[in-house]
Design a protein around this ligand. Structure first.
Ligand code: AHR
Length: 326
């Protein structure tokens, strides 16, 4: 079953989930201070982007001792094998629950089965897996495909029938956001004259975006590229450096559409260097903590919990940039 949480109501939703957990205190989480702490192992992807830093901060805040948790944090530096090893370590330590932001979608069956055999519930946050949903309790995150569709529809509206040469900076190969944002964007530009002349992974990092864009610019020149679709803001920010170093004007010579709406991306949008950004909200901590608490208390939870994203033009970004939390 799918549960959609409106962005405006996200905090209320989070509080409601946490409150549900507090009401039945079968475990320590909930902040009443009287019970033992609930031990949670969190397997984070790494620290590849501004989005990831905001997500880590949100998770650490929500899974704090004040809220009744002892958090064992692991960041796997974008290495899927290291992330699976971290989950195995959580299992061997006998934690009460495990939260995973899976780097890639595939390869989770065995370790999720091991957690299930050990009686340790798993909640996924942010990214999804291809394993059977019987192997985890719940997931909370964003609709990556819809983000791609929204970005593609913006490109279709702005380029439409005009022959357009586009390059793509893909996220981490095999990750849910890279797969779904590619699929969604293709759907959004279907029937237009936008042609993908090159597409490579920049691994969701600023350095990766810069290096790959430098290669595109050497191959096609500033004049040979009309549009850049970056699967996240950090890669777009790296690409901006490469375009400027090549003597181009980002946002004008090469139009840029990206995803995340982290502060540096929004600033580049306000500055006219990016043309459109689709949001991906990283503040998932309270929702994830609420789900863990509910699962441990034996309450029913939805299998899929979606937050709604917004999107921003340059003008809209200028209006909201000072009021945003990340
Ligand atoms: O999974 C979410 C993606 O991961 C964000 O868009 C990106 O910035 C991050 O690294």
């Amino acid at each position: 079953m799918k549960n959609r949480i409106l962005a405006g109501a996200a905090l209320l939703g989070a509080l409601a989930l946490v409150a549900t957990g507090c009401a039945s205190s079968g475990n320590g989480a909930g902040g009443d201070g009287g019970d033992e702490l609930v031990t949670v192992g969190f397997a984070q992807t790494g620290s590849e982007s501004g989005w990831r830093s905001a997500n880590t901060e949100s998770m650490k805040e929500a899974f704090s001792e004040d809220n009744g948790f002892e958090l064992i944090f692991n960041a796997a530096d974008n290495d899927p094998a290291a992330q699976i090893a971290a989950v195995r370590d959580f299992i061997s330590r006998g934690v009460d629950a495990i939260v995973i932001a899976p780097i890639v979608e595939d390869g989770w069956d065995d370790v999720l089965q091991e957690a299930s055999d050990a009686g340790i519930p798993v909640v996924l946050e942010d990214r999804t897996v291809t394993s059977s949903d019987d192997l985890y309790a719940s997931w909370v995150g964003l609709d990556f495909k819809k983000e791609g569709v929204t970005a593609g529809e913006w490109a279709a509206e702005n380029f439409g029938d005009t022959p357009t040469k586009m390059v793509v900076l893909e996220g981490t190969t095999g990750s849910a956001p890279a797969n779904d944002r590619a699929e969604g964007f293709d759907e959004g530009i279907e029937g237009t004259a936008i042609e993908t002349i090159d597409s490579q992974t920049g691994d969701f990092t600023r350095d990766g975006g810069k290096t790959v864009m430098e290669g595109f610019l050497q191959k096609y020149g500033v004049d040979g590229i009309d549009l850049l679709y970056a699967h996240n803001d950090d890669m777009a920010l790296g690409a901006i450096e490469a375009i400027e170093a090549a003597g181009g004007v980002p946002g004008e010579d090469i139009k840029i559409v990206s995803i995340d709406a982290v502060h540096d991306g929004m600033q580049a949008l306000v500055d006219g260097k990016i043309n459109f950004i689709v949001e991906c909200n990283p503040l998932l901590g309270e929702l994830a903590a609420g789900l863990v608490t509910d699962v441990l208390d034996g309450n029913d939870v939805e299998k899929e919990n979606y937050l709604e994203d917004q999107s921003f033009t340059q003008e809209q970004a200028a209006e909201v940039i000072d009021s945003r939390a990340y």
